[in-house]
Write a protein that binds this ligand. Structure first.
Ligand code: FAD
Length: 432
C-alpha cells in the first residue's frame, strides 16, 4: 500500500448537496484525490469514507459520517481492448465522455440511461438502466472492477476469477469500497432512429404491452396516467445485433411531426434528435443530448421495477391514482429492463417493467404520493430503484431481495471494520 503523503484537495464551503438539491450530505467533508495512490492513502487512513459519483441520486445512498470522495480529479482513462470487446474506464467518468471515445473506435455500449451526464460507477452501483425488452441494466456490462478496499489496498475483482461472488459486488451501493476503474463489455457501434407516437390510449399500452415494447430496440411510454393517454418513444436500431432488420411491428396511429420533450410544454431543445433521423447510438438512446449539461435539477424522481407480466395491472392501479398524481407529477415513464444475475439489481432473475416518476421539487407534497404509489405496486412485486426516492422503510427493502443475506456476508467479509458504512445501506441489510 502506498504511504506517500496526501496531496488530495479538500473542498471547503457549504455542505455538499446532491444534483436535485433535496439531500444535504451529512459527510464531514469532500475529498478530491488527484491520483489512485492518493485515494489509497486517503481510504487507508480513514475510519469512515465513501465514494460520491456525480451526485444524481435522490436519497442518502452515497452519504457517510466521514468524508465523501469524488473521483473526477483522477486522470480520465478509457482503454479499449478490441480483441476482448471491452473498454476499461475511470469510475468517475460520465457515460457521455466514455461514449464519444468508444464511438470513435467504432464501438458501443448496449444501452444508456436517459441522461448521459451520470458517472459510470454511480450508475453501476445502483443498477441504473435504460429501456429495452432484451437490454439489461448498465451494471450488467461490467466484467471487472478495480476497487480500493478498507485498508487502502487496490484489488481487481472480475467475473472470470470469481464468478460466484462477482454478481454480488457490482451493484453494491458503495458498500464494498471505492471503485476506481470498471471494465465494460462493448459491441460494434450501431445507429438508432427515434420515432414518437402521440395520443396512444393507455388502455392500449396495457393491453398490447408486449407488442408495443417489442416494436423497437428501446421503448419508453410517457404518461401522466390521468389523461388516459401516452406518448410512445421508439428507438429502432437500423440493424439488430445479428445484422437483421427488426420487422415493423406496432405503430401508433399518430406519428409525431415535431420533436417532443418528455414533459409536455417544455421545448425539446435539449433532447436527442427525433423524427426518424438515424444517428449514433449515444446520441439517440438517452433522451437528453450529451452537450447539454444540467447543473442542478428542478425535479425529484422515484421508480419501481416489477415483474413484466404485472404491467397491465400496475397501469390500471396507477390510472386509479390519477387524481392523487396530478398535482405533483411532472411526467411518468414506463420502460422495460431484461433480467440479470446481479444480486441487488431490481431485475435480478426477472424481466422487468419499470415505472418511473418525475415529480415536482416539493418533498413534503411528493412523499405521500410516492407512498400511495408504492402501496399499490409493492404487492405486485415492485422493488424501488436504489438511487431514487422511496417511502419504503429501509428495513423492509432487503426482504425484497433473494440474495440479501449473501450480500450482508460479502460486506462483512470485505469491510469488517465498516469503513464504507452508510446509514441507509446498514439499515437495509441489518449491518449494524
Ligand atoms: C436527471 C436524472 C436522470 C436519471 N435517469 C436515470 C435513468 O434513465 N435510469 C435509471 O435507472 N436511473 C436514472 N437516474 C438515477 C441515477 O442514474 C442513479 O441515481 C445513479 O446512481 C446516479 O449516479 P451518480 O454517479 O450520480 O451516483 P451517486 O448518486 O453519486 O451515488 C450513488 C451510489 O453510487 C456509489 N458510488 C458512486 N461512485 C462510486 C465509486 N467510484 N465506487 C463505489 N461506489 C460508488 C455511491 O457511494 C452511492 O452509493 C437519473 C437521475 C437523474 C438525476
Amino acid at each position: 500500500m502506498p504511504i506517500s503523503g496526501p496531496r488530495t484537495s479538500q473542498t471547503s464551503g457549504p455542505p455538499a448537496r446532491n444534483w436535485a438539491g433535496n439531500t444535504v450530505f451529512r459527510a464531514r467533508g469532500m475529498q478530491r484525490p488527484g491520483s489512485v495512490e492518493e485515494l489509497q492513502h486517503l481510504v487507508g487512513s480513514s475510519s469512515r469514507v465513501r465514494a460520491l459519483g456525480s451526485g444524481h441520486s435522490f436519497n442518502r445512498v452515497a452519504d457517510t459520517e466521514g468524508d465523501l470522495v469524488r473521483l473526477d480529479g483522477l486522470p480520465p482513462h478509457v482503454d479499449v481492448d478490441e480483441a476482448a470487446s471491452t473498454v476499461t474506464v475511470g469510475a468517475g467518468m460520465r457515460y457521455g465522455e466514455v461514449a464519444t471515445v468508444l464511438h470513435r473506435s467504432g464501438l458501443a455500449l448496449a444501452n444508456l440511461a436517459s441522461l448521459p451526464h451520470i458517472s459510470v460507477a454511480g450508475c453501476c452501483a445502483t443498477a441504473t438502466h435504460g429501456s429495452g425488452d432484451s437490454e439489461k441494466c448498465l451494471a450488467a456490462a461490467v466484467t471487472a472492477m478495480e476497487v480500493v478496499g478498507p485498508d487502502g489496498e487496490l484489488t481487481l475483482l472480475s467475473r472470470r476469477d470469481d464468478p460466484r461472488r462477482f454478481p454480488g459486488a457490482v451493484v453494491a451501493l458503495g458498500a464494498l469500497g471505492i471503485v476506481t476503474r470498471l471494465t465494460l463489455s462493448v459491441e460494434p457501434a450501431f445507429e438508432v432512429s427515434q420515432h414518437i407516437f402521440t395520443g396512444v390510449p393507455l388502455r392500449q399500452v396495457a393491453e398490447r404491452f408486449g407488442e408495443i415494447f417489442g416494436c423497437a430496440y428501446s421503448v419508453s411510454a410517457f404518461t401522466d396516467y390521468g389523461s388516459g393517454e401516452a406518448r410512445v418513444w421508439t428507438k429502432r436500431r437500423t440493424t439488430e445485433r445479428d445484422g437483421s432488420v427488426r420487422p415493423q411491428g406496432w405503430r401508433g396511429e399518430t406519428p409525431a411531426d415535431v420533436a417532443h420533450h418528455p414533459i409536455p410544454g417544455i421545448p425539446p431543445t435539449h433532447c436527442t434528435e427525433q423524427l426518424g433521423v438515424p444517428g449514433p447510438w449515444y446520441e439517440r438512446l438517452p433522451h437528453f443530448r450529451p452537450d447539454f449539461t444540467p447543473s442542478n435539477g428542478e425535479e425529484l424522481q422515484s421508480e419501481l421495477l416489477l415483474p413484466r407480466e404485472a404491467a397491465p395491472e400496475a397501469i390500471a392501479a396507477l390510472r386509479s391514482l390519477g387524481d392523487r398524481l396530478a398535482p405533483v407529477l411532472q411526467i411518468g415513464e414506463i420502460r422495460t429492463v431484461a433480467a440479470d444475475d446481479l444480486w441487488l439489481s431490481p431485475a435480478f432473475r426477472r424481466d422487468c417493467v419499470a415505472f418511473h416518476f418525475t415529480w415536482v421539487k416539493d418533498t413534503g407534497a411528493v412523499l405521500p404520493v410516492v407512498a400511495a404509489v408504492e402501496e399499490q405496486l409493492l404487492p405486485l412485486g415492485a422493488r424501488p430503484h436504489w438511487g431514487k426516492l422511496t417511502a419504503v422503510e429501509p428495513e423492509r427493502i432487503a426482504s425484497l431481495y433473494e440474495r440479501a443475506a449473501d450480500f450482508r456476508e460479502l460486506v462483512r467479509e470485505r469491510d469488517p471494520g465498516r469503513v464504507f458504512a452508510n446509514d441507509f445501506v446498514d439499515r437495509a441489510f441489518a449491518l449494524r
